[in-house]
Design a protein around this ligand. Sequence first.
Ligand code: XIL
Length: 374
Amino acid sequence: MKTALAALGLALLPSPAAAQTPDTLRDAFDQCFLVGTALNRWFIADEVPGLLDFVGDQFSAVTAENAMKWGRIHPEEGQYAVAIPDRLVSFAQANDMAVVGHTLVWHSQTPDWVFEGEGGQPASRELLLGRMKDHIDTVVGRYRGRVHGWDVVNEAILDDGSWRPSKWREQIGPDFVEQAFRFAHEADPKAELYYNDYNMTAPGKRDAVVAMVKDLQAKGVPISGIGMQGHFGIGRPSMEDFTAALDAYGSLGLKVMITELDVTVLPWPENLAVGADISSAAENREELDPYTDGLPEEVARAQADQYAALFRELVARKDFVSRVTFWGVSDADNWKNNFPVRGRTDHPMLFDRDLQPKPAFDAVMAEAKGCSGG
Ligand code: XIL
């Protein structure tokens, strides 16, 4: 009996392994929010040995970097390319990860045919709305119950708070946002539905997004969350703007997510608006590409500090922050190597080009102390 009790007593003590600090992002932030990554087509197709194992260990959510965008998944009318998206969804299911669908209605990476009617004229409201509904029915319907949430509308508002003059808005009218959310909800009533945009900390855009969401809520439109893309830099955004935006979105009673996080270390080309408008571009010049031989220690430190400050504020708001997704896995695959200047060597992520953790990784992991159990 004594031995049995002793055995029981021992079993109730945490084992040394369980008492250790978690060494993966997904475990460390388990009690706070999902931690996701974006995967490009080569990763999803498992063409990079070991990469998917690493992803399954570190992350609890995945987004397709491009494969679910209209131009990829629905390149011609009625033709859907689902091989890569299907693989992503199976991979996520096998690894107990949430899938984020990105994105249904966006002005970029959407083929011209979508907006064209007879004889090359702009499609009528009815035609374009019909195409939007077919697309959403097909794509959201296919992954019904397997995609956790969708970026339903991406980038509808400009930094100054005015509406982006996109073909969606011009040809359908101001209700295109509402219609997209209603179609998505019909196609998968249980999926979370998000509005997603960049520069979401800019006060003009922030206030306009809050006003738009209040209007949607007043009309009973099914919106469940707000995605702040999070293409940031060292010292950008200020923590004042970051927390003001988080709190403004959180006060709407919705989930708030960072959906495409990266912290560039490279200079922003002068004469180019800071942001993530994928049509922005500038020529490469030597002074715009200072770290081709590696990241100097002091810059790695400054980047780590920025990441730590961001995560501190996110952890403090774990009640309404539901996910933080990085826009890529390592410095090697992040899009900032080619945006807004092609062919630079950026170092925006937590893992370096050999998938080794950088100071930013340790800094982020240290913030997990704010998650109970983490
Ligand atoms: C980017 C991808 O990372 C690139 O591979 C692609 O060439 C362009 O789009 N905002 C978004 C993302 O919502 O879909 C964009 O992704 C980055 C900006």
